[in-house]
Design a protein around this ligand. Structure first.
Ligand code: 5GP
Ligand code: MG
Ligand code: MG
Length: 193
């Protein structure tokens, strides 16, 4: 843990604790990729369509797409959940839509973290209405609250405690996305002292 923090530049001092190490993330991504490879046909007429949910999933997407030994295409969506900054309401607005039609395609949504599951359940309904061949989800992280809105997620990296985490794509006020691990910030970073 100490060496990871030393490699984290100016942000290291803000981190209280590492929740998922860079090594564990790397190993888990390989494990998830092998499962996806086993479940999808590499010789399908069109490549598996990875849909990353911006911004948080950009780091996971980059590593997962490179690990996956299957033909893929990559798309991104950006969504914003109405509500307070800490709780999502389930009312979602599309900030950036897909650039193409997904009818008849096998879609794999790539998510950073499932918290309440509200954003994801809305997104899955939205994508399903576009008549894809299938829609599944791979999420790096999931919190216990996710059970409140049960969403079937076949590929989950880590179940983590119900704490606000940053790093590996996840931000606090747009910062910390570049950290190579997932961690918890020191309380004083939030101004809580
Ligand atoms: P949900 O609709 O599942 O409650 O919200 C999911 C979204 O909220 C995630 O995709 C992520 O952008 C954000 N989120 C949820 N929990 C955390 C967290 O612990 N840290 C950060 N940085 N973002 C989170
Ligand atoms: Mg997300
Ligand atoms: Mg955020």
């Amino acid at each position: 843990m100490t060496s990871q923090l030393q490699n984290s530049g100016p942000y290291a001092a803000d981190i209280e604790r590492v929740v998922v190490s860079a090594t564990d993330i790397k190993d888990k991504i390989a494990e998830l990729a092998r499962k996806v490879e086993a479940d999808y046909d590499a010789d399908a007429t069109s490549p598996l369509l990875l849909v990353g949910v911006l911004k948080g999933a950009f780091v996971f997407m980059a590593d997962f797409a490179r690990e996956l030994q299957h033909p893929t295409e990559v798309e991104f969506m950006a969504v914003s959940s109405y509500g307070s900054s800490t709780t999502s309401s389930g009312v979602v607005r599309i900030l950036k839509d897909l650039d193409r039609d997904i009818a008849g395609r096998h879609v794999l949504v790539v998510e950073d973290i499932i918290d309440s599951g509200l954003t994801l359940s809305w997104l899955l309904r939205n994508l399903a209405s576009r008549n894809p061949a299938s829609v599944q989800v791979v999420a790096l992280l999931r919190k216990p609250d996710a059970v409140k809105v049960p969403v079937e997620v076949p590929y989950v990296g880590f179940d983590i405690p119900n704490e606000f985490v940053v790093g590996y794509g996840l931000d606090y006020s747009e910062q910390y996305r570049g950290l190579p691990f997932v961690g918890v910030l020191k309380p004083e970073v939030y101004g809580a002292g």
